[in-house]
Design a protein around this ligand. Structure first.
Ligand SMILES: C[S@@+](CC[C@H](N)C(=O)[O-])C[C@H]1O[C@@H](n2cnc3c(N)ncnc32)[C@H](O)[C@@H]1O
Length: 189
């Protein structure tokens, strides 16, 4: 295991407990098979805001690569869980935000690489893969969720090619350079 990442969901799912500290995090394991594993930190850097950039205008900071490229994410990821009114929201009880999955996909797979999610749920991993020019393979045992995933996948592909609703997870530079997807969503019976 390379990292244990804490996903801080910011708001507890069930309103919180008054008899203990409310649980507001999930654990994400970053595992590798070999010591020479793929990892692209530059793909997931977080841009500095304008205020921070301005505050670093002293000559020693001018032209510093990291100031332009942004900072590297740490092992605590603070991303709000998907609220009921969120446009991303589907009818899956444990749907994960695209922002979380896009970071995993971008850091750990190359463009046109293949991402595997054996527990697809609402298809968030597939959507994050499509929007970031990766292929994917996924499995989902529940027919209803499998259909949900397929609908989201179609929508993501339409949005990508129409450019009508480009998601924040989309790597814009890759639009138009993308090779045909070799996608697969499988229903396990
Ligand atoms: C935690 S949810 C995944 C949520 C998903 N990441 C998302 O954002 O929507 C796990 C999913 O795995 C599915 N599942 C459970 N056992 C499975 C199995 N043996 N094969 C395939 N899918 C399975 C469940 O039906 C559930 O939808």
């Amino acid at each position: 295991m390379v990292n244990e990442i804490i996903w801080d969901r910011r708001v507890p799912s069930m309103g919180g407990s008054t008899r203990s500290f409310s649980s507001v995090h999930d654990n994400i394991g970053f595992f590798v098979k070999e010591t020479k594993y793929y990892f692209d930190i530059d793909a997931v850097r977080i841009p500095y805001d304008e205020e921070t950039k301005k505050a670093r205008t002293r000559s020693i900071f001018v032209g510093k690569k990291w100031l332009e490229m942004g900072y590297n994410p740490k092992d605590i990821w603070s991303v709000a869980r998907i609220h009921a009114q969120d446009p991303e929201r589907t009818d899956h009880p444990t749907q994960k935000p695209l922002e979380i999955l896009a970071r995993m996909v971008l850091a750990s797979s190359p463009k046109n690489g293949i991402v595997l999610d054996p527990f697809m749920g609402s298809g968030s991993t597939a959507v994050a893969s499509i929007l970031n020019c990766r292929n994917y393979i996924g499995f989902e045992i529940n027919k209803k969720y499998c259909q949900l995933a397929e609908d989201r996948i179609k929508e993501a592909e339409n949005n990508l090619f129409n450019c009508s609703n480009i998601n924040k997870a989309l790597d814009k530079s890759a639009v138009g350079m993308r090779e045909p997807l070799n996608t697969q969503a499988t229903l396990l019976e």
